[in-house]
Design a protein around this ligand. Structure first.
Ligand code: BG6
Length: 478
């Protein structure tokens, strides 16, 4: 059996040169690629030398000078194979594949099903010469019906255990840290439940706009782009039951259990949408969404989406789970925050008396990666008064987070570990949750919010008396 190969379909595309290859390059520098062969596959009529030239030009601007010298070693590992996604062209890959292989679809979502089918029809899913795997990027469908249809087409030629559906948030270390913190410490689990927690807030706030991706984003919007996948995944990790074993199927069973327990959403009471207008983001003027290149002046695509979920489980009964994500907000802030109930009696003076700042457990993914526990401790000095204190565990990394997420995910695909990948029922159940909102949002318009703000005001109506959204700030004071 030959050495394993990673075949990247869409080898001249943006995802490949901006994320995948930088992640592979970083693994190369850490000697983690062993004897992996990388095959770039694209329509161009290039020789391998020409592809190397293309890769160097695309990747160099993003590298430090020292890395640029090491790029040659990495590029030497990559071969180019020209062809389209027809069976006839793909069959040619048999000449270069003599062992296990991963087929990575770095292609537009509209061709996922065709490409997967053609790869199999060309005989490349056959495992006589070693395992064969298929990697699919998001978005997996655009609603429940299209996701089910896509999956049926995949399953016509691939087994579920050959398929790896990517949600790059699951490759982020601080997202994985939610599970480690919850399940590696005895004292955490008994506390994370309705008896002690009265709200969960999950925020993924971005300062970026659509960044030249309006052809993809317009008509898709924040609910499909972020909430259905990344935020719903963070929610399942934050609320799932502890698995008895570290077993990919068991972990995914528990995640699906949470999604199945989400009470049907009322799109009018439990969902809010917004769209940014011109404003100042981190001091720089930006145009409104409807003025972005490629976006129509009447576009009703939401650039902010928030939903309020209730999980009908013993653990989370009555605890609202709030999810929100938006573009062109005040700051980049990704976090999962548990808000704790007040103690039954107030023994120490703590201001303000009516609505004291609550205790929080915050998993902060970006910018900066840390876990904060906001607790009350004694105010130094005479008298017995409580004040808020933050206990922080930092988790420093110098890397670009998204590239780092892809590094781990690529290694997991090569190892055949499904833990950080989406099983089909996860995707399906998460579409089931938001499908009623998608349908309701076919009509009407999102509320305007000024770029650089915290988003539309309607988001505040989700909150109970005395509750507030955590502010969207880059570095909350410890
Ligand atoms: C992608 C979305 O999946 O995630 C983008 O399509 C979004 O719109 C991005 O900007 C956010 O990822 P990260 O890792 O940069 O926080």
């Amino acid at each position: 059996m030959g050495s394993p190969a990673l075949v990247v379909l869409g080898a001249s595309g943006d995802l490949t040169t901006r994320l995948l290859f930088p992640a592979l390059f970083s693994l190369e520098r850490r000697d983690r690629l062993d004897d992996l062969r990388v095959i770039g596959y694209a329509r161009q009529d290039w020789t391998t030398d020409e592809y190397h030239q293309f890769l160097r030009e695309r990747m160099r601007p993003h590298l430090r000078e020292r890395d640029a010298r090491e790029l040659d070693r990495f590029v030497g590992r990559v071969a180019f194979h020209g062809g389209d996604v027809s069976v006839a062209a793909l069959r040619d890959l048999h000449t270069v594949l003599d062992g296990p292989a991963v087929f990575y679809l770095a292609l537009p979502p509209g061709v996922f099903a065709d490409a997967a089918g053609q790869i199999a029809a060309a005989g490349l899913a056959d495992e006589t010469r070693g395992w064969r795997r298929l990697v699919i990027e998001k978005p997996f469908g655009t609603d429940l019906a299209s996701a089910i249809a896509l999956n049926q087409r995949l399953h016509a030629s691939w087994r579920e255990d050959q398929v790896f559906r990517i949600d790059h948030f699951l490759g982020k270390e601080t997202v994985q840290n939610i599970l480690v913190f919850r399940f590696a410490n005895r004292f955490v689990e008994p506390v994370l439940r309705a008896a002690h927690v009265d709200e969960i807030q999950i925020t993924v706030a971005e300062t970026l706009g659509v960044e030249g991706r309006s052809h993809y984003y317009d008509g898709i919007g924040a609910l499909r782009d972020m909430v259905q996948n990344h935020l719903m995944q963070m929610m399942t990790l934050a609320t799932m039951e502890p698995p008895a074993l570290w077993d990919p199927e068991l972990i995914r069973d528990h995640k699906v259990e949470v999604l199945k327990a989400v009470r049907a959403l009322d799109p009018f009471r439990d969902a809010v949408r917004g769209q940014y207008t011109a404003g100042l983001v981190e001091g720089a003027p930006v145009v409104g969404y409807r003025e972005e290149p490629g976006v129509g002046p009447d576009s009703a695509t939401e650039t902010f989406a928030a939903v309020r979920l209730h999980l009908d489980t013993w653990r989370w009964e009555g605890v609202p789970v709030l999810l929100r994500s938006g573009k062109r907000l005040a700051s980049k802030a990704h976090e999962v925050a548990f808000r704790f109930r007040e103690p039954p009696t107030r023994l120490f003076r703590h201001t303000p008396l009516e609505h004291p700042d609550p205790n929080w457990l915050v998993f902060r993914m970006s910018p900066g990666e840390h876990i904060d526990l906001v607790v009350r401790t004694k105010q130094p000095g005479l008298g017995l008064e409580a004040r808020d204190t933050t206990l922080r565990t930092t988790y420093a990394r110098a890397h670009d987070m998204e590239a780092a997420a892809y590094e781990g995910l690529l290694l997991d695909v090569l190892r055949g570990d499904h833990t950080p990948f989406l099983r089909f029922d996860e995707v399906e159940w998460s579409w089931r949750v938001i499908d009623p909102v998608l349908r309701a949002w076919e009509n009407g318009r999102p509320e305007d919010y000024v770029a650089g703000s915290d988003g539309p005001t309607a988001q505040h109506r989700f909150l109970g008396p005395g509750h507030a959204w955590r502010p969207i700030v880059a570095h909350p004071d410890p």
